[in-house]
Design a protein around this ligand. Sequence first.
Ligand code: MN
Length: 487
Amino acid sequence: MTPEIWFVTGSQHLYGPETLKQVAENSRRIAEALDAAGQIPVKVVFKPILTDPEMIRNLCQEANASSNCAGLILWMHTFSPAKMWIGGLTKLTKPVCHLHTQFNRDLPWDAIDMDFMNLNQAAHGDREAGHLHTRIGLRRKVVVGHWSDPEVLDRLGAWSRVVRGWHDLQGAKFCRFGDNMRQVSVTEGDKVSAEVRFGFSVNTFGLGDLVKVVNEISNATVESAVKGLADEYSISSEVLSGQGLKDATRIWLGVEAFLKDGGFAGFTTTFEDLHGLKQLQGFAAQQLMKAGYGFGAEGDWKTAALLRFMKQVDGEGGATSFMEDYTYHLDAKRPLVLGAHMLEICPTIAATKPTVEVHPLGIGGKEDPARLVFDAKTGPALNASLVDLGHRFRLIVNEVEAVAVPPMPNLPVARAVWDCKPDFKTAVGAWIYAGGAHHTAYSYSVNTEHLRDFAEIAGIEVVVIDESTNLHQFRNELRWNDSAYRA
Ligand code: MN
């Protein structure tokens, strides 16, 4: 199943076969250019020009049925009367991007005639389309500009990554080892509503079944994996030869085997249900997030799914992790957030080579767990939180600036330190008013545009706390959204 984007051009028969031939040729050239563009990592496929309601309905049905089609880019080269599109678009289940472009960049002022005018009518053809899209409530992204414009390619590229992630989420399975952390509210939620809304399922598996798989991993397999770790990370000879890392490695390989066998896209754990495991599965979470799995601690399946989606937006080379706002530095001049978790932070966000260490963990009552210890990178980043408000989901995003991590010799976990936008008090106040969680998906590579596109496709509310946020305005936005998103 290789996700691809269909490039779909609308026209009509009014202008004769010669014009349609030209439309098809131009459209093919644009599709090929988008496919070749470095900004767009997903394959773009040219589709034949649509000129009547039957063709449009058939194309939309074909898109729905295609396991490869992740989304459609629509463009009206000439005028395409939009009532023709009602039958198809009202039944379409794949994400849509409306590219409002024109084949020629410049007008040939000296040569322009009515044939040229009829061939290049997107300026009003796409308005006709846009009216119908709005009229039927079609959720879509609108991108405006010439198809060679780097900014247009960036917008399309962002959307292509998002539809790749959305495509992956449809039918994705998430595994919960144990239930929710007792009494915790924000990590709970309606898994049925989530499956209806986002297309992924979440189900629980007994810890005993995992323990069995963990115990079946052979000593030779564990030894060989530990050797591999030594090539990748800094590990003292004491840790390398000790039992703690061997046990953590066995748990990692066991969880991985369990996930592979069940076809899972991600998982959750809880330190309150570790019966039969020697350690919390923290090192496993770190290694498996790095491999692209979604993860949420304390049963947090919403963050696990969001993280998996964001890993798919990234593709290769992203820097995205499970995260928790852990504690604050409340210096009035520059308040900072220290983000960390007990163990489970993804090494893709590391600034330097992580070390593997084994230390006691004051929670869970198990043996001392191994963990990757590192400082996170500096630079622009964001935190995203998906919460269940009971009758609907809300996505909350805060843009931050990650700063250098001060030395913390007595804190042997992976950690990040950031400065919130627009400022600490506004950002944290807005986050709390919005009901954002303490768990987030934290990323340097997924940006706000990706998350806005995701919310649009899913049809959920997204609120963004960034440089322009005013707290009073933000609270009004929440109030207004309560009305706008009332079911
Ligand atoms: Mn937590």
